[in-house]
Design a binder for this molecule. Structure first.
Ligand SMILES: [Zn+2]
Ligand SMILES: [Zn+2]
Length: 413
């Protein structure tokens, strides 16, 4: 049987279609196609046609370099189609285009066994490096006489931060399992000698997300639970922070600085949520000041991590939500715009006399790279979202606003 072969002049992408695709350009890179006629032995694909025939009516069949594509309409529910193809080792993805359903079949990679030894080793290393970071926060407080025991204070800092990062990642893991998505155990990232001892934690998703609803739930569960954990940690932190007369505090700080020349003081930019918690839980008598306990710092870091993950870029948590709500094209646009805005915010700091975090520039570049890789999308992007899913997305935006600050940290002059 004669098929049409579309071959890219630039990359190695090709499509071999039963009927004309009316295409001139390669969807992978945008270069022009060369079009030929090619004789295809259809018997070679009878296994595929036999599997699909009672579940999907197709007008056109396309063999692509990395997948098969059927264009037509569904006869069975997508869940049925998914089941029969997963059984023979393919992941089906459906998209709607010009009133027709495009059913893509990708060969499923066998997900490797989730090994727990590396996640556990990373967790132990992160516990140690976060403990050490807590120790560096605790020592000056001890020398100034505001805390009694450095080891206890460092442990509290470590437990607070690991609790926040751990609950964020476990929320992803549990939601993924509920939606039958294969996800790794959390990988904590130790950062020895860094002021917070870690670069956060992440899980990797190893099988496609079934639908847009599941993508929103999996993406948002981490920041939502991590946010709640951060609020708890900050609240306890405020409660256990010593309250001392302001004059005594100033004197202690001056003495400390005089005996430790060359030291730097780190400040944290205020987020809305921190402001709200201070207003709720802090009742300072006139002339008194709060000596921030390192546990508060752990909570502030949790708030920052929440904001970073909610950025609508690539496959970050916020990226999953953006992809479900906005679709492929606008997700890419919003991703790249967010990344460029971060770079802009970072550079703005050099012009304004305001301590904007220069780290945004690096984050913007990283964000642009991950945005360019796009997002594979859920398998079923045809089923529409419900009002409940959209409310979840709005909650995500509200949490982001509560947690974002252009100045997560700065060196106090
Ligand atoms: Zn190409
Ligand atoms: Zn996350």
């Amino acid at each position: 049987m004669m098929y049409k072969r579309y071959e890219c002049a630039n990359c190695d992408f090709y499509e071999i279609a039963k009927y004309d695709l009316h295409k001139e350009k390669c969807p992978a890179c945008g270069h022009n196609y060369h079009v030929f006629e090619e004789d295809i032995d259809e018997d070679k694909y009878s296994w595929l046609f036999n599997t699909i025939k009672n579940h999907f009516y197709f007008e056109n069949f396309v063999i692509r370099s990395n997948s098969f594509l059927f264009i037509g309409n569904m006869i069975s529910d997508f869940s049925k189609i998914r089941e029969i193809f997963e059984n023979i080792g393919y992941y089906p993805f459906i998209r709607k285009k010009e009133g027709k359903i495009y059913l893509h079949l990708f060969k499923a990679k066998k997900p490797g066994k989730s090994r727990v030894i590396i996640p556990i080793a990373l967790l132990v290393a992160t516990i140690l490096s976060v403990f050490y970071a807590g120790y560096s926060w605790a020592v000056p407080l001890k020398e100034m006489g505001f805390i009694d025991n450095v080891w206890v204070t460092s442990s509290i800092f470590m437990m607070g931060l690991i609790f926040i990062l751990g609950s964020h990642e476990l929320a992803h893991k549990i939601t993924a399992m509920k939606n039958k998505v294969d996800a790794s155990w959390p990988y904590f990232i130790p950062m020895p000698l860094f002021i917070i001892g870690t670069m956060g934690a992440l899980i990797t998703i190893k099988s496609p997300i079934p639908d847009k609803k599941a993508a929103i739930k999996i993406g948002l569960s981490g920041p939502l639970i991590g946010f709640i954990a951060s609020v708890i940690v900050i609240s306890i932190g405020i409660a256990i922070s010593p309250v001392v007369p302001a004059t005594e505090y100033m004197r202690a700080v001056e003495t400390f600085n005089a005996t430790h020349p060359g030291g730097i003081t780190i400040g944290f930019g205020q987020t809305l949520i921190y402001r709200i918690l201070l207003d709720l839980f802090l009742n300072l008598p006139e002339g008194y000041t709060l000596v921030t306990h390192p546990l508060v710092v752990a909570g502030i870091v949790g708030v920052f991590v929440t904001a970073l993950n909610l950025l609508p870029m690539g496959q970050l948590d916020g990226g999953h939500v953006a992809r479900s709500i906005l679709g492929e094209k606008y997700h890419m646009l919003v991703s790249k715009t967010t990344a460029l805005s971060l770079i802009g915010i970072g550079f703005l700091g050099s012009f304004l006399r305001y301590p904007i975090w220069p780290g945004w520039i690096l984050w913007g570049f990283i964000g642009y790279l991950i945005s360019s890789r796009g997002h594979p999308g859920a398998m079923d992007e045809v089923t529409e979202l419900t009002g409940e899913d959209k409310i979840l997305a709005v909650i995500g935006i509200i949490i982001f606003i509560l947690c974002f600050t252009p100045t997560p940290l700065y060196v106090v002059p």
